[in-house]
Design a protein around this ligand. Sequence first.
Ligand SMILES: *[C@@H]1O[C@H](CO)[C@@H](O)[C@H](O)[C@H]1NC(C)=O
Length: 280
Amino acid sequence: MKMGFLGRTCLIVLSLLPAVSTQGGWRVVGSDQPVIAEPGDDVILPCHISPRLSAVDMEVRWYRDRFDTPVHLYLNKKDQPRRQDIPYRGRTALSPSALQTGDISLHLRNLQPADWGIYKCYADDGSWNEEGQTEVIVTALGTQPSISMESTQGEQSRLVCRSEGWYPEPEVTWRDRDGNNVTSLSSTTLLSDSQGLLSVSSYIKIKQQSNVFSCLVRSKIPKPDWESKLHISSDFFPGVSGWMVAFFLTLALSIAVIPLLVIQWRRMDAMERKLEPMGK
Ligand SMILES: *[C@@H]1O[C@H](CO)[C@@H](O)[C@H](O)[C@H]1NC(C)=O
């Protein structure tokens, strides 16, 4: 009787073992923080197997929307460059030594605006598969904006604020001399260059002699390790018809984090106040 009980216990344990082993016992962990970088950068998309099993004998596949057109494929202990999506050829690598410790992070070279998106890291040991994901954000800070005046005959004069080399589309804010947000009176157009970077031109019609305008072009993407930058340039336009003085303030400001934004706004306000008397 005792043996019978032990036997049954053994049977139950044995029958559970396959269930445990098909569970695989491992997971794939991507990154909950996006990778934020500029075009041209080389980046690493973090992903690992947990617990830290060797992935050398596994299939490791990085893909975006289509599983069958991977960004990178490692199979039968080799990279399979012929099977990877054409835009990624020659730009991706896994680290062979890292694979031994379950690190399946993807090295991606020469980042392009089109690389923006969610990347899945998939691992398959033949009996079990799992995937994780990592997001890539591509962002480029454009040039310092410039303001110029355009007046065509019979039409109202307008100011144009231009800045190049942005990704993604930046936020443009116009303010008048009192600091009022007059962006709703403007219209903004975008042009994409061959590298996928954006040039922004924002137009605002000038009505009366409200002499100060500022144009602020700012990244919408907060980037933790970016320093904030503040550029100021001013132009002086005397004697323009209907204008005693036209004084333009141009600002390009990129923000790192929201609290910095507040500081920068305060600084900008202070500078505007300082600069205003110069235009009088
Ligand atoms: C300025 O106004 C525009 C629309 O009128 C709005 O979209 C934008 O967020 C405002 N900017 C700021 C900094 O308040």
